[in-house]
Design a binder for this molecule. Structure first.
Ligand code: AMP
Length: 182
């Protein structure tokens, strides 16, 4: 990762300051990390894409996986810059063609993610991106989908990480990076 460390630290402060913390959303006790305030900030938005591009260029990545739905935004920009394809991992019944599915645990119950069966070729180098790492269930299910299709996971990238939820414990097999930790 050829990123100047001083520039990176200064950026991380600007990025953290641009995130809006919304208490008790979507339910009491949850502090929502709202990235719409990053997206509307033209300097921080562009800088975030530039930093992510520096981190993941020259790794031979041919597909970026965006996780529904906020992972699509930076995932798409990153795919464009890396000259890679963009693949969508979505909630059930959103993808129109043949899919495979993975179930994952929620606080109460389970949820499912899907990917098109023809989304990646065997042996492709893949980068997974989502906005936030919490318990890691979403990203771990996405990793299982990619590996079922024969993809090689080069990295798992997040904008933010709620470190106290230990999501990285579900992703120890991978190179995990979050721009900022809370
Ligand atoms: P998890 O599977 O627990 O790691 O949850 C990660 C997913 O849930 C990501 O797609 C996030 O967008 C979303 N998420 C979980 N907690 C938050 C939060 N506090 N603020 C914003 N998004 C969250």
């Amino acid at each position: 990762m050829a990123v100047d460390q001083h520039a990176l630290e200064a950026f991380k402060t600007r990025f953290s300051n641009a995130i809006r913390n919304v208490p008790d959303f979507p339910k009491p006790g949850i502090q929502f990390k709202d990235i719409t305030t990053v997206l509307k900030n033209k300097e921080v938005f562009a800088e975030t894409i530039d930093i992510l591009t520096q981190m993941y260029r020259d790794l031979g990545i041919t597909k970026v996986i965006g996780i529904e739905s906020r992972g699509f935004i930076f995932g798409a920009a990153l795919a464009y810059n890396l000259k890679a394809g963009l693949v969508l991992v979505r909630k059930p019944k959103k993808l129109p063609a043949e899919t495979i599915k993975e179930e994952y645990e929620l606080e109460y119950g389970t949820d499912v993610l899907e990917i098109h069966v023809d989304a990646i070729e065997k042996g492709e180098k893949v980068l997974i991106h989502d906005d936030l790492l919490a318990t890691g269930g979403t990203a771990a299910a996405t990793c299982r989908l990619i590996e079922k299709l024969g993809g090689e996971i080069v990295g798992v990238s997040f904008l933010t990480e709620l470190g106290f939820l230990n999501g990285r414990q579900k992703l120890t097999a991978y190179d995990v990076n979050a721009l900022v930790q809370f």
